[in-house]
Design a protein around this ligand. Structure first.
Ligand code: ADP
Ligand code: 5GP
Length: 193
């Protein structure tokens, strides 16, 4: 059976995962998995594009019928999950599928799909991570500070769990994209500029 590549991108909020993922899709085709979440949409986010925004009840029902490839409670408050069916369909079609998920989710996917490619995106330093979170303009300062604190814990866990094939520092965006594209190209056996 022809199988595509499952790319798991993780890293702190605001580190540049979405930006990098969209460039990969432009180069390699495939699709970006739209997660379900119980959190409320932030300013500018669109239902069905950035996330599928669902109620707690709907999320629980999906989990109960095994509709998620993985799901996790992130930041101790909101649930996030990757709908299973679109991922499996695309992989069967030989496509690239990109998941932007947290470290707990990546651990679950790694257990189920051991040949996934895991890439963790790191900020150049803490000050620039904070600046990028603010630049997104999505949340108030308290939420930004909470995400910043979470980021430290997540980076520590990622280093020790054996799920990630590479850690890429997103300092210069073009350079980070090249590094990630090279890893993806090597795995799918083709390179596109
Ligand atoms: P994530 O998906 O990880 O939350 P985004 O891709 O939404 O992050 O990026 C957050 C913000 O940082 C965006 O405004 C994006 O344009 C900006 N950004 C991404 N990479 C860089 C970089 N290397 N240098 C400066 N700003 C960047
Ligand atoms: P945000 O709320 O900033 O969009 O995302 C918060 C965190 O949730 C990020 O670390 C992001 O990678 C993660 N996330 C987004 N979708 C999913 C998902 O479907 N599953 C898991 N486990 N984490 C997700």
């Amino acid at each position: 059976m022809v199988r595509g590549l499952l790319l798991v991108l993780s890293g702190p909020s605001g580190v540049g995962k979405t930006t990098i993922a969209h460039e990969l899709i432009r180069r390699f085709g495939g699709h970006f998995s739209v997660s379900c979440t119980t959190r409320r949409p932030s300013a500018g986010e669109r239902d069905g594009v950035d996330y599928r925004f669902v109620s707690e009840a709907e999320f629980a029902a999906m989990a109960a019928r095994d509709a998620f490839l993985e799901h996790a409670l992130v930041f101790g408050r909101s649930s996030y999950g990757t709908p299973r069916e679109p991922v499996e369909t695309s992989l069967r079609a030989g496509e690239l599928v990109i998941l932007d998920i947290d470290v707990q989710g990546a651990e679950q996917v790694h257990a189920k799909v051991p040949d996934m490619l895991g890439i963790f995106i790191l900020p150049p330093d803490e000050a620039s991570l904070l600046a990028r979170l603010r630049q997104r303009g999505r949340e108030d300062e308290a939420a930004i500070q909470r995400r910043f604190a979470e980021a430290r814990l997540e980076m520590e866990r990622a280093r020790g769990n054996g799920v990630y094939d590479a850690f890429v520092v997103n300092d210069d965006l073009a350079g980070a994209i090249e590094q990630v594209a090279e890893l993806v190209g090597a795995r799918i056996g083709r390179v596109r500029a």
